[in-house]
Design a protein around this ligand. Structure first.
Ligand code: CUV
Ligand code: SF4
Length: 639
């Protein structure tokens, strides 16, 4: 590799593993990125199209050359169509996850599935009430069936009405604004361009249709449909995932976990769960902790089975069950290189296909479980919800069986871990505040806390691992800006100790005082990527409480190391929900000045939310603080 390990990651555990990786000559995301250089300029600008077989067509916006593809599509059309397809893919991934949980809830309610139960009837009743479902004097399972029906219907709805999850959860003023925009956009374009999601699946299909050869060529309506589809994710699919998971597995409450590769235990059978959906990993955890499996682990010379998480499956388990987390996206290969992982069990999303080959260099069983994530070289154990106990047991047994094959000479576990206080669901945040948003509103109003920034998203091998996440977070809390978020950002913050109470010392005086009083860290873990819906709900609650639109709030979003198409959907639904959103790396839109202008300027006028791009963490914090101050002036909190 041309770069030193510490240039690839700011995490000392990663740097230690990368030294081993360089010595042993393992492929990693970093080495493969290097091998990919130089990457395609058309792809980076978004100006290549292969939507039909007269192409592929490409447009170099900087040089002489054709200005149009064979069909006549120009750079604006290509960029907007490509971006829309990214949002559609991202929304699909989140929402399909939500669908599965809703279907499971239905099966539990009807008694078809007895491997799971409704762990949290209180949340069920709250969700039901919000959806206008009668709860008074009714059986839990009956109400659960109704909630599941409403959720399931949101996916396949065929009418022009907005899906009930969106109308019931969106803050009042935002709902009005999004509905009214249909009229504004009609005046601007003459076309019917709606922003409210009509059906979660439908908005994805709409994008696939309108970006098909010879359909929508207008960058404005293409961007509008990306937003609508993304709103159907945030205020639909992802929200359904979060709410149904809370009903089935519990609403997160505050707890302390350990984060980083040091959570792997030399004396235990280490079973790493990776991916996104807790439906499998909850069961794996249950079985791993069972007396039967503990006994089986002892029989092969281990002290027990140690389940640890990676990425969002890790986030789901740490939020609800207090399970330790081994790392974020770029730790997935590094975990296997410790030589101490008996099994890595994956469900869907963000799973490098490279993990199969890498596992084969060790005794590690790389186990795929989803029909949607088959990886050549993996051991596939098909997961079925209706047979969850038996399958989870088999998976845990497979990990235990691998333990005697561990080669002590190949084992190196970096000792780094940090404690993190996690579990900040909206319910838990409100409970910490004494049941109402009032105290938070008050400290924001009097300037003790200037505002709130929500950070989400991934690691990206193009950005030094965790560097942007951590520098930006530290810079913001120093300025009395509360930081909360999800996904791989949250794991970065946990690994760096920003989620323990000591981190209060790194906060500005106002934020520090508030955190000390409430006994919370200045950086709050709100969960997995689908739990970005929790951020929407919190923002909505603040807006409704103040009787203002979300765009008026001193709240900004960011995805500083984003990688996946899901992040495009998240950024888009934040923007559609009125929030300014920072992105780094640059999304593939710069090939179209028109699309760039819509996303960075016109969106601001129409929606209040908009995107901005910035490479430097301090400059990003400056920009965010300026936005927050502008909003504070708007609310009359500053002169
Ligand atoms: Ni969605 S945050 S890499 S796993 S999407 Fe995956 Fe959560 Fe990014 Fe991390
Ligand atoms: Fe080229 Fe148009 Fe076909 Fe795209 S849709 S590949 S621009 S001809």
């Amino acid at each position: 590799m041309g770069t030193r390990p510490d240039q690839r990651s700011v995490d000392p555990a990663a740097a230690a593993m990368l030294k081993i990786s360089d010595r042993e000559g393992f492929d990693t995301a970093w080495s493969r990125l290097e091998a990919q250089q130089p990457q395609c300029g058309y792809g980076q600008l978004g100006t290549c199209c292969r939507n039909c077989s007269m192409g592929p067509c490409r447009i170099d916006p900087l040089e002489e050359g054709p200005r149009r593809g064979v069909c006549g599509a120009n750079a604006d059309t290509m960029v907007a169509r490509n971006l829309a397809r990214m949002a559609a893919a991202g929304a699909s991934a989140h929402s399909d996850h939500g669908r599965k949980v809703a279907l499971l809830l239905k099966d539990v309610a009807s008694g078809r599935n007895t491997d799971y139960t409704i762990f949290n009837p209180d949340k069920l009743m709250v969700v039901a009430a919000r959806l206008g479902i009668a709860t008074e004097g009714r059986e839990t399972l009956e109400v659960a069936g109704d909630v599941a029906d409403v959720a399931i219907a949101c996916f396949g709805a065929q009418g022009e009405e907005t899906i009930p999850f969106s109308t019931s959860y969106m803050p009042e003023k935002r709902l009005e604004l999004l509905k009214d925009l249909e009229g504004t956009l009609a005046e601007m374009t003459g076309a019917r361009i709606g922003l409210m999601p009509r059906g979660i699946d439908r908005e994805v299909v709409d994008i696939m249709h309108r970006t098909h050869f010879g359909c929508d060529a207008d960058p404005l309506s293409l961007v509008a449909q990306s937003l609508r589809c993304s709103l159907g994710d945030g205020w639909g699919g992802s929200l359904i995932a979060t709410e149904c998971q809370d009903i089935l597995f519990g609403t997160p409450t505050v707890r302390t976990i350990k984060a980083n590769l040091g959570v792997l235990d030399t004396d235990m059978v280490n079973l790493v769960v990776h991916g996104h959906e807790p439906v499998l990993s909850e069961k794996v955890l249950e079985w791993a902790r069972s007396p039967e499996m503990t006994e089986a682990a002892r029989a092969v010379g281990a002290k027990g089975v140690n389940v640890v998480g990676l990425c969002c499956t890790g986030n789901e388990l740490l939020m609800r069950q207090g399970v330790n987390v081994a790392g974020n996206l770029l730790h997935s290969e590094l975990a296997i290189m410790t030589g101490a992982v008996e099994a890595m069990v994956v469900d869907v999303q963000c799973i490098f296909p490279s993990l199969a080959d890498l596992s084969s260099c060790f005794h590690t069983r790389f186990i795929t479980t989803s029909e949607q994530t088959n990886i050549p070289g993996a051991l596939h154990i098909q997961f079925e919800e209706h047979d969850a106990n038996a399958i989870a047991r088999r998976i845990v047994q497979t990990a235990i069986d691998a333990f005697p094959g561990r080669n002590a000479a190949k084992v190196y576990i970096p000792q780094e871990t940090e404690e993190a206080m996690v579990g900040f669901s909206v319910e838990q945040i409100l409970a910490a505040l004494g049941g109402t948003p009032d105290p938070l509103v008050e400290v924001i109003a009097n300037g003790t806390i200037k505002g709130v920034v929500g950070i989400v998203g991934c690691n990206n091998a193009k950005v030094q691992q965790d560097f942007f996440h951590l520098s930006l977070t530290r810079e913001l809390i120093k300025r009395d800006i509360l930081v909360l978020g999800t996904g791989c950002w949250a794991i970065a913050a946990a690994k760096a100790g920003l989620m323990n109470l000591d981190a209060q010392q790194q906060a500005g005086p106002g934020l520090k005082a508030v955190c000390e009083q409430l006994g919370i860290p200045p950086v709050l873990h709100m969960g997995s990527c689908v739990d970005c819906s929790r951020m929407l709900v919190l923002t909505g609650a603040l807006a409704d409480h103040l009787g203002v639109d979300t765009a008026a709030l001193p709240v900004v979003g960011s995805a500083p190391e984003w990688t996946t198409e899901k992040a495009v959907a998240i950024g888009s639904y934040f923007v559609g929900s009125g929030l300014p959103v920072h992105l780094w790396p640059v999304p593939p839109i710069l090939g179209s000045p028109v699309v760039t202008k819509i996303l960075t300027e016109s969106a601001k006028d129409l929606l209040g939310g908009y995107f901005f791009v910035e490479e430097d963490p301090v400059a990003t914090a400056d920009r965010m603080e300026a936005i927050i101050m502008e909003k504070r002036v708007g609310l009359g909190l500053e002169k």
